[in-house]
Design a protein around this ligand. Sequence first.
Ligand SMILES: [Cu+2]
Length: 196
Amino acid sequence: MRRTKWALAAGAGVLGVAILAGCGSQPAAGPQGSNAVQVQALAPRVVTEHLTIVTGKMIHKPGWPQFQPSTFTVPKGATVRLVITSYDDGTAPLPANSPFLKVQGLVTPDETVNGQPVSAVAPDQVAHTFTIPALGVNVPIPAAPTGKTVTVTAEFVAQKAGTFTWQCEAPCGTGASGWGGPMITPGYMTGTVTVQ
Ligand SMILES: [Cu+2]
């Protein structure tokens, strides 16, 4: 606390000098400028991360849908705005009671789907999820209308430093269960988010 007080006092001293050194007829300019700097320092930084989901066909690997990119880095403490554009018109149904249908861990209770606030995606409409288990983040992504894209936006705060695995939790992969192939291969339906 004492250190903070001294720092503030020192800051005030500098400010006083700045005011004295500046135009004497506008004493308000100094404090206003100081406040502006403080607000800027306290406001959360927002970084936007654009992710694209392409179909396996688009990358000549049928059955292997892919997040592009699958790894990215964000600054610790930042608000991360995910903008996920999906070309995938296929569904990967989940049980109606699956927790991965619900939006979780965001700044707001909702994500947006093509601009509309949405708190959950229907079990038979879900195509993928962007889930970071260690951060409690879950972003369900519905199937795109055939021949079109769907865009999901979601904001979360990256408070913990580290490298965290993300995973799609809808069975969009290969095999009878849909949990094979891209679901278990880094670079497709799993990857990492580094917070530093
Ligand atoms: Cu998926």
